[in-house]
Design a protein around this ligand. Structure first.
Ligand SMILES: *[C@@H]1O[C@H](CO)[C@@H](O)[C@H](O)[C@H]1NC(C)=O
Ligand SMILES: *[C@@H]1O[C@H](CO)[C@@H](O)[C@H](O)[C@H]1NC(C)=O
Ligand SMILES: *[C@@H]1O[C@H](CO)[C@@H](O)[C@H](O)[C@H]1NC(C)=O
Ligand SMILES: *[C@@H]1O[C@H](CO)[C@@H](O)[C@H](O)[C@H]1NC(C)=O
Ligand SMILES: *[C@@H]1O[C@H](CO)[C@@H](O)[C@H](O)[C@H]1NC(C)=O
Ligand SMILES: *[C@@H]1O[C@H](CO)[C@@H](O)[C@H](O)[C@H]1NC(C)=O
Ligand SMILES: *[C@@H]1O[C@H](CO)[C@@H](O)[C@H](O)[C@H]1NC(C)=O
Ligand SMILES: *[C@@H]1O[C@H](CO)[C@@H](O)[C@H](O)[C@H]1NC(C)=O
Ligand SMILES: *[C@@H]1O[C@H](CO)[C@@H](O)[C@H](O)[C@H]1NC(C)=O
Length: 819
């Protein structure tokens, strides 16, 4: 923002003189035209404005600064925060717009000429018959497309900027591949946020697989693909997000067209007044953004892939874990190359050795003997990683041969052995936990001084290097705790002393009468009722989409099985057999809070004191999960469907630990299938690290529902003029909380408690995580032990709710699966 203002001021100053000159020379201010012709070129501060006024084209200077680098750009004419969507001369900036012109060349091409009248940039299209500086014009269309066409008929197009995108896809722009020429469209990121020259990340259609595009690093490494697009479902195989987004009521649709000549993706908006774009960002993520008039800012509505999946986002010799804080950590024996940049969150510089490898120091005349070198370097293992790119295969008969071969070559930095021996001679990039837990291991070379000798003579395996210290900081790190646990030797359940029953699948089939009595279903599987031989009723969750190996699954079970709290559902056992993964829980006769709140008749609603005790109980259960158990657990999916009620209506939080169990699959489903307005905290959408405060947000959203018995996701369907949380925030300030109570309770509530509940809910749904209380504080506030200040109106929700476009909200609410 500051940079934009500076740039604008800067350009104002620079142009004071130039503008006057242009104006006086032309005798009249350049009216808002949308065409360039040979006799009407563009120069200085002049700009084109599309008919309809949505886009403008002119000279643009990003970032300001002393070095004046100017570009021909197209930006949103009505968006105060100058947002370029296309740049012509990104590789060839000019220094002085006043003396440069954008005009039609003698051959009919659109050209940018600098002070010395040299062509700096050209549309450079093959000359078409009849094209010349008298017959061709350039027109800026209201879609943001700059087209070169015959003046006699501007539909007769010679060239268009939509065929030559920079980093942005706009509605109406094809992104695809010409099957005749084999040329694929490519969008290339800016180098950084102030330098539009081509950066290191790009997206391009996959030349080999139809309906799929690739994310590429440095023109060479493909690092991500959302998968193949399925036109039937409107989804990419790897990313269900688009499914939801292209629902009929959505503000835009995403389509795929495939014919003999070409295949392409096309973004279409339903309403021309919506400003929507996707961009491949200098961070390597593709981001979808929509302009919110109310907030006067762009709002991110999707980002992919996660930063850990972006090639080299953590630089060399470091490790990436999306759920950890910070996201990147140096491997053991390495430290940040530039600690200041590292601290500021720029990890691309990577890590460097604390102690150089002895052999690299002594390379030259006085080479130590081979045998000494063996003594000097050692290896430590990192398990379950996605191996870095760029390995070389080496002949070796066994793992130890492989190790010796690596030791004998000083440029070998790491090796891996799976039957094949692989070496790495180049900086190790992109080490991260393997999402599929396939269990590749890599051995990292360090000088002996960096690895103390272990008792075992052969085994040099030292545990995974991870910021364990972060755990002691009290930060909740799902991925880290998983890894740390994996390091412990996995043992049989009995040895850990967990009182869990390992069921056989066929026994579960028997006690559920072959899964015939379905209690409910959720995002991660269906729940069935069963009765054990002793008559105990149980609820059995059949997990779907768990690709975890048996050992890993058992290890997770042993953790979850150790968690006991009166407000958390008790895990009794599990089944892990072949592809089957099931969890066996105690049975809750009153079902879910969702049922008790929403599926009852209006004269049979839960009374206030019960609702209040339920709210406190849930908060206590979450406090325990967040703070009190050994490995901190973020629930990640707090909603009324996941709160169960026992015989005396005491709440029990269920499905905790699933986030851990499902790992990456879970967060993928969470971030992509759900809307923001239901229960999900904004950090799910923005792709930043998830902390326990995400649960606090969801808890707050649920508390609104407990108070009002109105579903958040039904906003818009109930003809409410205000989104409920906003209404609550306003009523608190007006001192009229009674107005927000469930109407069917007919005012029968403890007003002091009601006020407290409303205030707590408002604090919980603040956009800024640090403004939200932790669950322990929530308990204390509800119990009246902690005073509550007046909460501000939750700004994030307000922006969503008051967004100029009502349909946008509806589409977001529709992302939330109906129960
Ligand atoms: C158009 O091109 C001709 C040469 O083909 C040139 O003589 C003339 O000056 C050009 N006109 C303009 C307005 O640039
Ligand atoms: C104009 O561009 C040409 C070719 O890129 C270059 O050689 C020349 O120095 C530039 N002139 C000015 C004044 O920038
Ligand atoms: C125009 O394109 C040709 C090849 O298609 C290329 O060699 C030339 O450098 C381009 N010229 C400009 C000014 O971009
Ligand atoms: C203008 O050009 C388009 C595309 O080439 C063509 O379909 C259309 O018939 C032309 N219109 C006129 C009036 O010549
Ligand atoms: C962006 O990159 C340019 C050089 O490519 C550099 O001069 C500038 O400092 C960078 N800006 C930021 C914010 O890193
Ligand atoms: C990108 O690739 C080029 C060779 O194609 C190489 O010279 C350059 O160093 C690479 N950039 C980085 C940052 O590795
Ligand atoms: C991050 O740091 C690297 C050097 O370590 C630098 O080249 C790059 O410009 C920085 N990126 C940003 C966005 O500041
Ligand atoms: C070490 O490996 C590199 C890359 O494979 C190779 O070029 C080099 O010759 C090897 N050095 C020795 C001493 O084997
Ligand atoms: C072993 O690793 C290599 C290189 O990473 C890979 O190409 C190969 O498929 C792996 N083999 C097995 C049996 O996993």
């Amino acid at each position: 923002m500051a940079a934009t203002i500076t740039a604008t001021l800067h350009s104002c100053v620079l142009y004071m003189v130039a503008v006057m000159l242009v104006l006086s020379l032309q005798g009249a201010p350049a009216g808002a035209t949308d065409v360039i012709t040979a006799t009407q070129p563009l120069s200085g501060q002049q700009k084109l404005v599309s008919q309809g006024g949505k886009f403008a084209l002119g000279f643009y200077q990003p970032g300001g600064g002393p070095q004046a680098k100017w570009y021909i750009a197209i930006w949103y004419n009505k968006v105060p925060k100058v947002t370029p969507v296309w740049i012509a001369n990104r590789e060839m900036p000019i220094s002085d717009p006043a003396s440069s012109v954008l005009t039609i060349w003698t051959d009919g091409n659109l050209v940018l000429l600098n002070k010395s009248r040299s062509i700096v940039w050209s549309s450079n299209t093959t000359i078409t018959a009849g094209a010349s500086n008298t017959t061709v014009v350039a027109v800026l269309l209201n879609t943001g497309n700059l087209v070169l066409a015959y003046a006699s008929n501007t539909s007769n197009m010679i060239w268009q900027s939509f065929d030559h995108p920079t980093d942005t896809q706009l509605p109406g722009m094809k992104f695809g591949r010409n099957k005749v020429t084999g040329v694929s469209d490519r969008q290339v990121s800016w180098r950084n946020h102030t330098d539009p020259s081509p950066g290191i990340f790009s997206i391009v259609m996959d030349p080999n697989i139809e309906a799929q595009y690739l994310f590429i690093w440095n023109n060479s490494w493909p690092y991500f693909t959302p998968g193949k697009f399925n036109p039937q479902t409107g989804a990419f195989s790897g990313i269900p997000a688009m499914t939801a987004i292209s629902q009929p009521h959505s503000i835009y649709s995403y389509d795929y067209v495939n014919n003999d000549k070409e295949e392409y993706f096309l973004l279409t908006i339903k309403d021309d007044n919506i400003f929507l774009r996707t961009v491949i960002d200098p961070s390597g993520q593709q981001k979808g953004m929509v302009w919110l008039e109310q907030k006067q800012d762009w709002m991110l509505y999707f980002a992919q892939p996660s930063l850990c999946s972006v090639y080299s986002s953590c630089g060399a010799f470091s490790w990436c874990a999306m759920d950890s804080v910070p996201m990147c950590s140096c491997l053991r024996g390495f430290s940040a190359r530039s600690p200041t940049e590292w601290k500021s969150g720029n990890y691309t510089g990577g890590c460097t050795r604390n102690v150089a490898l002895p052999c690299s120091l002594s390379s030259g005349s006085s080479m130590p003997s081979m045998s000494r070198r063996h003594e000097e370097d050692r290896f430590y293992i990192i398990k379950n990683v996605r191996l870095p790119d760029g390995s070389e295969t080496v002949q070796a008969a066994s793992k130890s041969d492989c190790e010796v071969a690596c030791l004998n070559n000083c440029s070998c930095l790491a090796y891996s052995y799976n039957g094949t021996c692989s070496f790495w001679h180049i900086d190790l990039m992109n080490l991260q936990q393997d999402p599929d837990n396939k269990g590749d291991s890599i051995f990292i070379r360090l000088p002996a001084s960096e690895i103390p000798r272990t008792k075992s003579t052969r085994g040099r395996t030292i545990g995974v290097v991870i910021v364990v210290s972060a755990l002691t900081l009290g930060v909740c790190l799902m991925a880290v705790s998983r890894l740390v646990r994996r390091r412990r030797r996995i043992q049989g359940l009995h040895n850990i002393g967990v009182n869990l029953i390992a069921f056989r699948y066929k026994d579960l089939q028997l006690i559920t009468k072959n899964f015939s009595d379905k209690l409910g279903g959720g995002s991660f599987g269906s729940v069935f009722k069963g009765v054990l031989q002793d008559g105990t009723a149980v609820a059995i969750k059949k997990l779907e989409g768990v690709h975890q190996g048996e050992k890993q699954f058992r290890a997770e079970m042993s953790t979850i099985g150790k968690i006991h709290h009166v407000n958390l559902i008790r895990l009794l056992g599990f089944c892990s057999e072949r592809e089957h993964r099931l969890l066996v829980y105690e049975y809750m006769p009153h079902g879910s809070l969702d049922g008790c709140l929403f599926k009852t008749s209006s004269d049979d609603v839960l009374p206030w004191n019960m609702r209040y005790q339920i709210a406190i109980g849930i908060a206590k259960g979450l406090t325990y999960l967040h703070d009190k158990c050994r490995d901190c657990i973020i629930h990640c999916d707090i909603k009324p469907q996941n709160i169960l009620l026992d015989a005396s209506f005491a709440p029990k939080v269920s499905d905790f630990g699933l986030a851990k169990l499902l790992g990456r699959d879970f967060s993928r489903v969470m971030t992509t299938m759900r809307g923001t307005i239901g229960y999900l905290a904004p950090e799910w959408i923005s792709g930043t690290a998830i902390t326990a405060k995400a649960d606090v947000f969801s808890y707050g959203m649920m508390l609104f529902e407990i108070i009002s018995r109105r579903r958040n996701v039904e906003f818009g369907k109930q003809h409410m003029d205000k989104f409920f949380p906003i209404l609550v925030a306003e009523k608190i300030q007006e001192g009229d909380v009674k107005a927000v109570l469930d109407v069917d309770m007919r005012g029968d509530a403890n007003l002091e408690e009601l006020k407290r509940a409303c205030m707590v809910a408002c604090w919980c749904v603040q956009e800024d995580e640090s403004s939200r209380p932790n669950m322990g504080a929530v308990v204390q506030m509800l119990e009246g032990l902690l005073q509550i200040n007046m909460p501000p109106v939750p700004r994030y929700l307000q922006v969503l709710a008051e967004s100029a476009d009502q349909s946008a909200i509806q589409s977001w609410t529709e992302l939330s699966p109906s129960s």
